[in-house]
Write a protein that binds this ligand. Structure first.
Ligand SMILES: Cc1cc2nc3c(=O)[nH]c(=O)nc-3n(C[C@H](O)[C@H](O)[C@H](O)COP(=O)(O)OP(=O)(O)OC[C@H]3O[C@@H](n4cnc5c(N)ncnc54)[C@H](O)[C@@H]3O)c2cc1C
Length: 360
């Protein structure tokens, strides 16, 4: 049975607030109550049929989630909704709240592992339909579905620097803000000025950067059920050529280091500065443990970069979870370090957790 509530990972010393949320924002955005596993077998298709008569965007019933994640893994969701306005988002959030139906928000699914059994409830996907952006002075106001590399390129063309480190991150702005994603030891939180959300009651709220409490690959929005719908980024003026050079350099490095042919989810394990200082980055540790090329089912530790797990074709969520468990066990035995996942596993009732907590 999966655990709910706070996840205190004694091995990693990190408090994961996925299902409960941090105190500072809880009073504002409220906690998600742990879901009973008894709903696991239920399907919400009957209640959800009611949504079909409402204007909330594109509705896809029984939609395979494998089609919406970069790992290409995951069974069907009862319903996947693609809203085209903030009002749609608020209407869906309000509807599921009233009916007690599980809800999960996704962008490009580049940091998610769905279960082979899919998800009972609603997946709200913010993508192309909510991806507008406008530039004013040294600020960009963009909708959450904006594709991050496209946004970074737009900033570069306008002579705005600060998003160079995001040029190779294939997710949406909403996912990036929630994860405080970034590279080169940076996070998008450095540039966020304001974030607009629909809270779990379906109300629109505006948050400042301070409200979001960004830290390494973390924001206070995690675990609150808030849907990011828009964000304002503050950037610096610089020569487009100079920005472009930095972006090309980043992309060149990624092409050199990262596997690109088979479906993957980017870096599976978290890399922190403390870890770098003591044992090195996860890819190096996993490689040193002799695990490059290790396979379970159709999931493989990339022979090119050991912090990537590849779907060789038809990998199941269980293949990936078993491989994660195996890597952690071997690394701990040989190097004495507990690895924690950056990638999130989604269980069948839409609860999110760092994948190693589901891998046993
Ligand atoms: C090849 C590759 C390279 C990558 N490189 C990097 C990297 O350099 N740095 C890095 O940080 N990440 C990297 N990633 C991981 C991933 O791209 C980022 O975490 C990205 O920010 C996730 O965005 P997404 O839209 O795909 O979010 P998803 O994977 O769809 O969701 C991720 C989380 O965000 C939540 N979420 C998504 N949208 C919203 C929203 N609008 N409102 C509220 N919550 C939301 C989801 O519920 C989930 O908890 C990489 C992935 C791949 C496949």
């Amino acid at each position: 049975m999966l655990r709910t509530g706070f996840y205190l990972s004694s091995d990693c010393g990190i408090l994961y607030p996925e299902l409960s949320g941090p105190a500072n924002l809880n009073s504002e955005l409220k906690l998600i109550e742990p879901m009973s596993v008894s709903v696991l077998k239920n399907s919400y298709r009957v209640q959800l049929a009611e949504l079909a008569g409402q204007q909330v965007g594109r509705l896809l019933f029984n939609e395979p989630l494998a089609a919406h994640t970069s790992w290409q893994i995951g069974g069907p969701a009862d319903l996947l909704v693609e809203p085209t306005s903030v009002a749609h988002v608020a209407a869906v959030v309000g509807f599921v709240r009233r009916h007690g139906i599980p809800l999960l928000v996704i962008g490009q699914g580049t940091n998610l592992l769905f279960d082979d059994a899919g998800m009972r409830g609603v997946v709200l996907r913010l993508g192309d339909n909510l991806s507008g952006s406008e530039i004013s002075g040294n600020r960009i106001l963009a909708e959450a579905g904006a594709w991050v590399p496209g946004l970074a390129r737009r900033a570069m063309q306008a002579g705005l620097a600060g998003l160079e480190h995001t040029i190779g991150i294939p997710g949406t702005l909403g996912g990036l803000v929630l994860m405080n994603g970034g590279s080169q030891r940076r996070g998008i939180g450095d540039n966020v000025r304001r974030v607009w959300v629909v809270d779990r009651e379906g109300r629109e709220r505006t948050l400042t950067r301070e409200d979001c409490h960004f830290s390494y690959r973390h924001s206070a929005l995690q675990g609150t059920g808030a849907v990011v719908v828009k964000a304002e980024l503050e950037l610096e003026r610089r020569e487009p050529k100079q920005i472009r050079r930095a972006m090309l350099e980043d992309l060149r490095e990624r092409r050199r280091k990262f596997p690109r042919k088979q479906p993957n989810c980017g870096s599976v394990f978290l890399s922190t500065s403390a870890m770098h200082a003591s044992v090195g980055p996860p890819g190096k540790i996993i490689e040193e443990a002799g695990l490059k090329g290790t396979r379970i089912g159709q999931a493989e530790v990339s022979p090119q970069h050991a912090n990537f797990i590849l779907n060789l074709g038809g990998a199941t969520s269980q293949d990936v979870l078993s491989l994660i468990a195996h890597i952690r066990r071997v690394v701990f035995e040989r190097i004495g370090f507990d690895l924690c996942c950056e990638v999130r596993y989604v269980n069948t009732v839409g609860e999110l957790m760092p994948a190693h907590l589901a891998s046993g």
